[in-house]
Design a protein around this ligand. Structure first.
Ligand code: C2E
Ligand code: MG
Ligand code: MG
Ligand code: MG
Length: 287
């Protein structure tokens, strides 16, 4: 009887595994179709330039408007995308959509630098530079209005190759930033070996817990100083309170981003958000 029960358990277990694998495969197939069917959407989070207190740009953050599951955050589908070689197709969709939107804002008189998140795997496919230049050419966006954000230590596997691509992108006028700096995913080695323009200081340093202000300040100041010494500007991520915003400004961060300034929003809401805050309105395009 015990044996039979054991066998049953095994059978149940494999059945569970199969359905889980099938569910993942179905989800991946749906995602593949979603890219083609334009079910992905970008939400944009304003970035504040601290010396002028103006909105200088936005970060494009991908979501999936799933037909039955609703609006899915990146954490719900990017891991599946990574397992099914869909990160590069998604990045190409994101680059196309974000650059077209940036041109539309530019034509409406809004001078916004758009930041796009890039996965480390895009560096190893070797198509990143071509894909970025393709999106710029197709949209007509000046390269100076695009920033590529990169996290992940996997770059360390082929740092020379990544550095060559960073350099080529920056030569063409596109800025490159290291995302989540100080989170443990990024390292000082990246800063030393990669030609970077912006360090995005991770939420974990910026949104300090009660009573830990001076410790957080020391950590942020260290990153800002390190950046300065390397000719790199700093952006404080995850600013959730007025106190955190003032601290970032005081410590010499060039930019800030976070829920205290604005949550990520659909493209169509940005003009209204800015119009309601005249002091934040981005500087008009020169000329
Ligand atoms: P990230 O690039 O570090 O983006 C910042 C994340 O923090 C966003 O989450 C944003 O909504 C959230 N956030 C912004 N301000 C605050 C704040 O004040 N407090 C807190 N607690 N959170 C804040 P989201 O949109 O869920 O994105 C999560 C991550 O997914 C991103 O982290 C990025 O690594 C990745 N991601 C997003 N879009 C893309 C994309 O198009 N391609 C790739 N490869 N990755 C993406
Ligand atoms: Mg980012
Ligand atoms: Mg980040
Ligand atoms: Mg982060």
């Amino acid at each position: 009887a015990a044996k039979a029960a054991g066998r049953n358990r095994v059978r149940l277990f494999t059945a569970d595994l199969r359905t889980a694998a099938q569910r993942r495969a179905t989800f991946a197939a749906e995602l593949r179709e979603a890219i083609a069917a334009d079910e992905l959407v970008l939400h944009y989070q304003p970035v504040m330039h601290l010396p002028t207190r103006r909105c200088s740009g936005v970060e494009a953050l991908v979501r999936w408007q799933h037909p039955s599951r609703g609006l899915l955050p990146p954490a719900a589908f990017l891991p599946v995308a990574a397992q099914h070689d869909l990160l590069t197709p998604i990045a190409c969709w994101v680059l196309g959509s974000a650059t077209r939107q940036a041109v539309a804002w530019r034509e409406a008189g809004m001078h916004l630098v758009t930041a796009v998140n890039i996965s480390a795997s895009h560096f190893s496919t070797g198509t990143l530079v071509r894909d970025v230049q393709g999106a710029l050419a197709a949209s007509g966006l000046p390269p100076e209005q695009l920033v590529l954000e990169l996290t992940e230590t996997s770059l360390a596997e082929d740092v020379d190759r990544a550095a060559a691509q960073f350099a080529e992108l920056r030569r063409s006028g596109v800025e490159v930033s290291i995302d989540d700096f100080g989170s443990g995913l990024s390292s000082l080695g990246q800063l030393v070996s990669l030609p970077t323009g912006i360090l995005k200081i991770d939420n974990s340093l910026v949104s300090f817990p009660e009573g830990r202000r001076s410790e957080a300040a020391a950590a942020i100041a260290a990153v800002v100083a390190l950046g300065r010494a390397c000719g790199v500007r700093s952006l404080a991520e995850g600013v959730e309170t007025a106190e955190q915003l003032e601290l970032a400004a005081e410590l010499g961060c060039t930019f800030a981003q976070g829920f205290h300034i604005a949550h990520p929003m659909p493209a169509g809401e940005l003009a209204g958000w800015l119009a309601a805050r005249p002091g934040l309105f981005p500087l008009p395009v020169a000329g």
